[in-house]
Design a protein around this ligand. Structure first.
Ligand SMILES: Cc1cc2nc3c(=O)[nH]c(=O)nc-3n(C[C@H](O)[C@H](O)[C@H](O)COP(=O)(O)OP(=O)(O)OC[C@H]3O[C@@H](n4cnc5c(N)ncnc54)[C@H](O)[C@@H]3O)c2cc1C
Length: 389
C-alpha cells in the first residue's frame, strides 16, 4: 500500500487522537502526536463505550484492557420525575454482544485513555510529544510541514504526509488552520462527581445504569466497580460557561423527589463542564483535517461523542494509507462521516429535549417509553450500535 512508509502528525492525545494513531500505526505508518498536556488527559469521570466503538477498539487490540477495567451493565433503569422505582429497564448485557457483535460497557475515562496510551507505547512507530507549547502547520503540494515549540523551549520542524487535528471541541486546527467556526455554547453544563459505592448501594443498583428525568435537568449514574465508585453526571441549564459554582443549582421540584435527593446528598466535589457543540462544513483544507470533537462535538445525551471520534479514526486511517493524495482521503472521509455524525448529534440533542420535558408533555413521553418496552431501543438504535466502518 502506498501510505505505509509515510509520517502523519496528529494534534491531541485524546481518545480520537490516540485511536487514530493506533489505526495508522497498524498499517506501518509513522505517527507523531503533539499533545499540549504533560500527560494523557484525565478530565471527566465516566464513559459509556457502546458496541460500535468497542468493535473498533477490539480490532485495535485494546479490548482486553477495556474488559479488565469496565463493567458490562445489565440494563438502563429509567426513572421519570418523582418515581421511587424505574418505569422501564432498557436491556443491555448479553443481548448487545449477540445483536451488535460487541458488549456495551461503562468505565472511567482515565482507564480508557490509559489503555489507549499503553497500546500506543507498544508501537515503536508512534511518538507522543507531551507539553507542546505551540505548533504551526502548512499544507503544500507534497504534504505538510510542522514547526513545534517543545516543552523544553526548543523548536523543531518536521515534514509529513498529512496533519490531523484531534484537538477537541475548541480545536485550533479547526478555527485557526482550516478556517472553521468556533464552538457554540449550549447554555447548559454537565456537573460530574464520583460517589463512594457503599454510600449509595441502598439507593442505586450497582449492576446497571440509572437515568433520572426531570424538567430542565437529568442525571445519569453508573458504577465503576474497579474503583469502588459510582459515576454521577447531572445536566442542568447554565447561562454562561463561566458561571461555575461549588454545586449545581437545581429546580425546587428535585427536593420533592426523595430518591434523587438522597443520592445527590451523598455527592461532594462537583466539577462543572460547560457543554459546547461544533457544526462545521469544513473538515479539511489541503492536507490538514480534523477528527472527533474538533469536527463534530455534540451534547452527550446519547453518550456518543467519543464513539464518533473512534469511528472517525477507523474510517480515516485506511483512506489516508490507500490514497496517494491526503486531500482526496480527507474528502472521502468527510463524505462517509458527515451524515452519520450529524444524525448522532441530532439524536443527542433530541434526547435532551425529551428528557427535560415539562408536565403534561412528560406524561406522554412516559407512555411512549413504557410502550417501547425493554427492547425498543435495540431496534431504534440499531443504525448506531450496528455500524461497521
Ligand atoms: C459529561 C460528559 C459525558 C460524556 N459521556 C460520553 C460517553 O458516555 N460516551 C461517549 O462516547 N462520549 C461521551 N462524551 C463525549 C466525549 O467525552 C468526547 O466526545 C470525547 O472525549 C472527545 O474526544 P476527542 O479526542 O475528540 O477530544 P478531547 O478528549 O477533548 O481530546 C483533545 C486532546 O487534544 C489536546 N489539545 C487541545 N488543544 C491542543 C493543541 N492546540 N495542541 C495540542 N494538543 C491539544 C487536549 O489536551 C486533549 O488531550 C461525554 C462528554 C461529556 C462532557
Amino acid at each position: 500500500m502506498p501510505g505505509t512508509g509515510r509520517t502523519y502528525y496528529i494534534a491531541g492525545a485524546g481518545i480520537a487522537g490516540m485511536t487514530l494513531a493506533l489505526a495508522l500505526a497498524k498499517f506501518g505508518a509513522a505517527v507523531v502526536i503533539l499533545e499540549r498536556g504533560l500527560t494523557v488527559s484525565e478530565f471527566g469521570a465516566g464513559l459509556q463505550v457502546s458496541p460500535n466503538a468497542r468493535k473498533i477498539l477490539n480490532n485495535l487490540g485494546v479490548g482486553d484492557a477495556i474488559s479488565a477495567r469496565s463493567l458490562e451493565p445489565d440494563g438502563i433503569d429509567i426513572y421519570p420525575h418523582g418515581r421511587p422505582v424505574p418505569l422501564v429497564t432498557l436491556e443491555l448485557g448479553a443481548i448487545m454482544q449477540a445483536r451488535f457483535g460487541a458488549p456495551y460497557a461503562v468505565m472511567h475515562r482515565a482507564d480508557l485513555a490509559d489503555a489507549l496510551y499503553k497500546a500506543c507505547r507498544r508501537f515503536a512507530n508512534i511518538d507522543i510529544v507531551f507539553g507542546v507549547r505551540n505548533w504551526d502547520v502548512v499544507s503544500h503540494a507534497r504534504g505538510i510541514t510542522v514547526s513545534i515549540d517543545e516543552a523544553n523551549g526548543q523548536t523543531r520542524t518536521g515534514r509529513g504526509h498529512a496533519f490531523i487535528g484531534a484537538d477537541g471541541v475548541h480545536s485550533r486546527t479547526r478555527t485557526d488552520i482550516i478556517g472553521g467556526p468556533p464552538a457554540r455554547y449550549t447554555q447548559s453544563a454537565a456537573w460530574r462527581t464520583l460517589l463512594q459505592a457503599p454510600a449509595v448501594k441502598d439507593k442505586l443498583p450497582l449492576d446497571r445504569v440509572s437515568v433520572f428525568l426531570a424538567r430542565d435537568v437529568h442525571a445519569v449514574a453508573y458504577p465503576l466497580p474497579h474503583r469502588g465508585q459510582v459515576n454521577l453526571a447531572l445536566f442542568a441549564p447554565q447561562r454562561n460557561p463561566s458561571d461555575k459554582g461549588e454545586r449545581p443549582t437545581l429546580p425546587n421540584s428535585i427536593a420533592s423527589w426523595p430518591l434523587l435527593s438522597a443520592i445527590l446528598e451523598t455527592a461532594s466535589d462537583w466539577t462543572s463542564w460547560p457543554l459546547y457543540t461544533v457544526d462545521t462544513p469544513l473538515w479539511h483544507a489541503g492536507n490538514i483535517g480534523i477528527v472527533g470533537d474538533a469536527a463534530h462535538a455534540m451534547v452527550p445525551f446519547q453518550a456518543q461523542g467519543a464513539a464518533m471520534g473512534i469511528e472517525d479514526a477507523a474510517v480515516l486511517a485506511p483512506l489516508l494509507i490507500a490514497e496517494s493524495n491526503a486531500e482526496t482521503a480527507f474528502e472521502k472521509y468527510h463524505q462517509r462521516r458527515r451524515r452519520r455524525t450529524a444524525r448522532a448529534a441530532s439524536v443527542s440533542a433530541a434526547n435532551g429535549r425529551i428528557f427535560h420535558m415539562p408536565w403534561p408533555l412528560s406524561v406522554a413521553r412516559n407512555t411512549v417509553i413504557a410502550l417501547q418496552g425493554s427492547r425498543g431501543h435495540l431496534r431504534r438504535l440499531a443504525w448506531l450500535y450496528g455500524y461497521e466502518p
